[in-house]
Design a binder for this molecule. Sequence first.
Ligand code: SF4
Length: 157
Amino acid sequence: MEMQKSLIVDQSKCTGCRTCEMACSLHHEKKCSPLLSRIRIIKFEARGENYPNVCSHCTKPQCVSACPQGAIQLNSVTGAVVINEELCIGCRLCIAACPQGQIAMHPERDVSFKCDLCGGDPACARFCPTGAVKYADMDEFIMAKRREFSARQKHVS
Ligand code: SF4
């Protein structure tokens, strides 16, 4: 079975340029606007750090069980948790249920919106110029992090 991919964030590589937000809103809404982006860059100005905040597409999504309309479903091909706008009534229960704050009310339509992995080729990862956001196998990412940690330990000792 093909391994499912995820959006993987390396905060240390994020420069806060917001290209990912522009790519996301352009892909979904044909407009460049951070307000319409499904990925959000959180800026810690005092520390000079940026954090790309993306949906984890949980395996047991609380938003799915919270929705009274059955408007949120798991895409079995991409693994994305996706909102069907046709069914959404804008009740906000999914927004309250998400433990990561990854769902918001759409600023122009009376429905909630979130990341849908762009159907399997996320624009944010495609256009991030630094590799801070990648679409990759989770195992690959964990191995890379272990190698990085091990290299650092050797350098210290
Ligand atoms: S495009 Fe990449 S580097 Fe720029 S803000 Fe987004 S995640 Fe950070």
